[in-house]
Design a protein around this ligand. Structure first.
Ligand code: ADP
Ligand code: MG
Length: 594
């Protein structure tokens, strides 16, 4: 081993910069957060060429004192945190003191700032983190930071940068979330000389949503406002009628910080569970507030995840807030549109208090003591499981005996029960087969087969899916992968895609939900291609499979039974068993014959 030496400051800064500054959107996020922390009431963000050539963030906040400007660009220099105790109660968006140093290390930065009340301001130029020039400047109170030629001195980083279009969309998405997070601040966003957003900053959530998401979305929203002594939830959720085919309009803010959280997503969706059909998702703009020490934001700077001290408390708060809103709207609709009463009244029934309690009760794990069954199986009631995970919960059932290598065809088809379970007789047993799980497995295996060639079906009229800037660019960047799966996806304006082909296995109506789920995986499914593909195949297989609860033809059911009984498959891709055996002996015992 060579001798151990401390890294030179510049190299250390470059390494740190790699963590904080991955793309123009991360620069915009950091600079905008600083502007918010400065107490500004007006913030302007401007970019050109996706932010690679030029980013400017201007605020009218507190400004930086002349003596402090150089310090602000040192690593771990911050005015927001003094000691470890402060970490517990952090109220600002930044606190690490890393951003300015990291940004400056990989670009050319110009800072213009004047402290509130100061006679004059100061301008500072840095290149690759080195101060080139500093001079007094006449400028308005507040701060402007301009970042030019991002990654000009780190060619390796440049390789990871995507097209200007994709980078620009990611920036737009960041600005959108920042602007939504603070209706009390007027945000203006200019992209390639064109004004994209402008919020009034009048502290009204509705006017903020209107300026950012448009009239249509705003009009479909229902107000939510609930609080107990620990958590408050306010904002808007969509009415059931305006639910969408994807989740791109679900925005959550925790203590004014935009966050991504499967738990929050799940709380919202559980509230709509009995109201919306599968594949339709509520939208929302929800502001959750709780004491700073109830939430841990001390995670990786580039991430937007949060940890709550009590997930349950926050889940319940969001769940009930959303539930009360959906409840309100349906009932008021019943008064105003009596024609729809029949359909709607069903929905009202579905959220009666007893059902509510059921929905939020702890996952019920009951143990079947029914001695009709050979194995004693814990049955988890997934419907009432809380904190609905992205993946179904790990199977709690002890694996049912896998079908042994039996020659196909040596069984007798009895029928189907509950539009869900195929029943067959085989040798000395009765077998129950979960038709959806079995079919899902067959599709999944087919997709995994190296020789699999997707059958793509071209649509006479393309399906237009509105996903929002960021998701559109994620999908377009992965168009090759989507093509291999049988989708052809083209851009359709800034925030939508037109889908011309879909895999033959899926229904046209599933196009948007499937692409939306794939997009989630592309964004958050990790970097290992094989595990990512695995998750994507599961999504397609699940949608391609015949649905439990829907009628199927006998031939289809028999073919499925044959695949299962030939021993080809035993578990669905999520690990649930596809077949379940009740032996004659068990039946005989149950009836007291033996
Ligand atoms: P952090 O935000 O974690 O403190 P940064 O590197 O982002 O670290 O910023 C360093 C310091 O520079 C901040 O703590 C703040 O004092 C000052 N600063 C940065 N941007 C602004 C701004 N727009 N207005 C006022 N002060 C700022
Ligand atoms: Mg900061």
């Amino acid at each position: 081993m060579p001798k151990i030496l401390e890294l030179d400051q510049h190299v250390a800064d470059l390494i740190a910069a790699g963590e904080v500054v991955q793309r123009p959107a991360s620069v915009v996020k950091e600079l905008t957060e600083n502007a918010v922390d400065s107490g500004a009431s007006i913030i302007t963000v401007e970019i050109s060429s996706g932010g690679m050539a030029y980013i400017r963030v201007t605020d009218n906040g507190c400004g930086i004192a002349n003596d402090d400007v150089k310090t602000a660009f040192l690593r771990h220099a911050t005015s927001k945190l003094r000691d470890a105790r402060g970490l517990e109660a952090i109220g600002t968006l930044g606190f690490r003191g890393e951003a300015l140093a990291a940004i400056a290390a990989v670009s050319r930065v110009e800072l213009l700032t004047r402290e509130q009340g100061a006679d004059e301001g100061v301008s500072l130029f840095l290149e690759a983190g080195k101060v080139i020039r500093m001079s007094p400047a006449g400028c308005p109170e507040g701060t402007t930071i301009i970042v030019r030629d991002l990654f000009y001195n780190t060619p390796a980083r440049l390789k990871f940068v995507k097209t200007d279009r994709a980078e620009g969309s990611a920036v737009s998405s960041i600005v959108l979330k920042s602007a939504l997070s603070r209706p009390d601040i007027s945000f203006r966003y200019i992209k390639d000389n064109k004004s994209e957003y402008h919020t009034p900053g009048d502290s009204r959530i509705d006017s903020c949503i209107y300026s950012l998401l448009g009239r249509e979305i705003e009009a479909g929203f229902i107000k939510v406002n609930s609080s107990d002594h620990n958590v408050s939830v306010k904002g808007y959720v969509s009415s059931p009628e305006t639910a969408r085919g994807n989740r791109s309009y679900q925005f959550f803010f925790v203590n004014e910080r935009p966050v991504f959280s499967l738990m929050l997503q799940s709380a919202l969706e559980q509230a709509f569970k009995n109201i919306l059909p599968p594949g339709r998702f509520p939208s929302c703009v929800l502001y959750i507030s709780l004491k700073p020490n109830e939430v841990d934001v001390n995670v990786h700077p580039a991430k937007t995840e949060v940890k709550f001290i009590s997930d349950k408390q926050v889940f319940d708060a969001v769940y009930y807030a959303a539930l009360s809103a959906s409840d309100k709207k349906i009932i008021s609709d019943n008064y105003s549109t009596p024609v729809e009463n029949n359909i709607k009244s069903e929905n009202v029934i579905s959220i009666t208090p007893s059902v509510q309690t059921e929905l939020i009760s702890e996952p019920r794990v009951s143990y079947k003591s029914d001695n009709l069954f050979k194995t004693i199986n814990p049955v988890i009631n997934i419907d009432s499981a809380k904190h609905l995970p992205a993946q179904p919960p790990a199977p709690q059932v002890s694996p049912i005996a896998q079908v042994s290598q039996n020659p196909a065809g040596s069984f007798r088809f009895i029928g189907e029960a509950l539009n869900m379970y195929i029943i067959i007789e085989h040798e000395n047993s009765i077998w129950y087969i979960d038709k959806h799980a079995a079919h899902e497995r067959i599709h999944f295996d087919a997709l995994n087969n190296k020789n699999y060639e997707s059958m793509s079906e071209s649509l006479i009229t393309p399906v237009v899916c509105r996903f929002g800037h960021e998701d559109v660019s994620v999908l377009l960047e992965n168009s090759d992968l989507l093509e291999n799966l049988g989708f052809s996806v083209e851009s359709f304006g800034e925030d939508a895609v037109a889908v011309r082909n879909i895999p033959a296995e899926i229904d046209i109506g599933d196009t948007e939900p499937v692409l939306s789920d794939i997009c989630m995986q592309l964004k958050y499914g990790g970097t290992f291609k094989s595990s990512l593909l695995d998750k994507i195949y599961k999504i397609i297989a699940c949608k391609a499979a015949i649905k439990a609860g829907r009628a199927s033809g006998r031939a289809e059911l028999e073919a499925l039974a044959e695949s299962v009984m030939s021993g080809d498959i035993s578990h669905c891709p999520h690990g649930r068993p596809v077949a379940f055996e009740v032996t004659k002996t068990t039946l005989d015992k149950g009836f007291g014959r033996i």
